[in-house]
Design a protein around this ligand. Structure first.
Ligand SMILES: O=C(CO)COP(=O)(O)O
Length: 265
């Protein structure tokens, strides 16, 4: 049986764009998406603006196959209460967000998102009805020391191991983002990305987390010029795109690479 996993092309806009330019970028992505997909239904796009731009971006998003989905870049580990500065899952859902990125390396490195906090955010998001893109990835010195697989598997394990069974993470995609490839212009080679994805999928399967069904995304300096060869390496079910997602043409060109890949396979 051939497994047909959805290919995702997700734009993480990070801390960029005031509300009006964010709305304009969302409008351009939404307008160009049907053409970029060319009728291919196995590819879905999504965009993750800042919290403050969500309401301006939301009208250009939706859950239909040819509309970009609306994502948040983070989510609080708790629903509501005395947690200054936090935004909980119900608040995000009210703002039409359907999924949250959790555990991005920038949050892990700069904002204290430990494995333990990532696990609590994951449980909070799933309990609150959000889908999740769970980010994992090693630093350069960990790769140089040959520890990349064990680092990534331990991040995954910490996030998934203590989830209550009723939150079995059927709605979790995993994004492998090697830290040394983010914003550096240095992409992982297709072989490096594909071999890590195979290791992640094998671990998920072994632990009963249905690796075969789960979309595994790659992130780190993805551009229209390298997207096709990354997809061709196998085991890569789309991308989490930073810098290139701020330009509608390059983001949509990556979507087209994904659609061409699906059409050819
Ligand atoms: O961090 C990323 C997406 O979440 C990747 O960023 P770049 O595409 O800018 O390297």
């Amino acid at each position: 049986m051939t497994v047909t996993r959805t290919i995702w092309v997700l734009g993480n806009w990070k801390q960029n764009l005031l509300r009006e330019p964010a709305a304009q970028l969302a409008e351009a992505v939404a307008a160009g998406l049907p053409g970029a997909l060319g009728g291919v239904t196995g590819v879905r796009a999504g965009i993750a603006p800042t919290y403050l731009a969500l309401d301006r971006v939301a009208p250009h998003t939706g859950d239909g196959v040819a509309a970009p989905r609306l994502l948040a870049q983070d989510v609080a580990a708790q629903d509501s209460g005395a947690f200054t500065g936090e935004v909980g899952p119900a608040m995000l859902r009210e703002a039409h967000v359907s999924a949250a990125i959790i555990g991005h390396s920038e949050r892990r490195a700069q904002f204290g998102d430990t494995d333990e906090l990532v696990a609590r955010k994951l449980a909070s998001a799933l309990a609150g009805g959000l889908d999740v893109v769970l980010c994992v990835g090693e630093r350069l010195e960990q790769r140089d020391a040959g520890e990349h697989e064990s680092v990534v598997i331990s991040q995954l394990s910490a996030a998934l191991a203590k989830l209550p069974p009723e939150l079995e993470p059927s709605r979790v995609a995993v994004a492998y983002e090697p830290v040394w490839a983010i914003g550096t212009g240095r992409t992982a080679t297709p072989e490096q990305a594909s071999s890590m994805h195979a290791a992640i999928r094998a671990w998920l399967d072994a632990e009963g987390h249905r690796g075969a069904d789960r979309s595994l995304l790659y992130g780190g300096s993805v551009k229209p010029t390298n997207a096709t060869e990354l997809l061709a390496a196998g085991d890569i079910d789309g991308f989490l795109v930073g810098g290139a997602s701020l330009d509608p043409r390059s983001f949509l060109d990556i979507v087209t690479c994904a659609a061409d890949h699906v059409r050819a396979s």
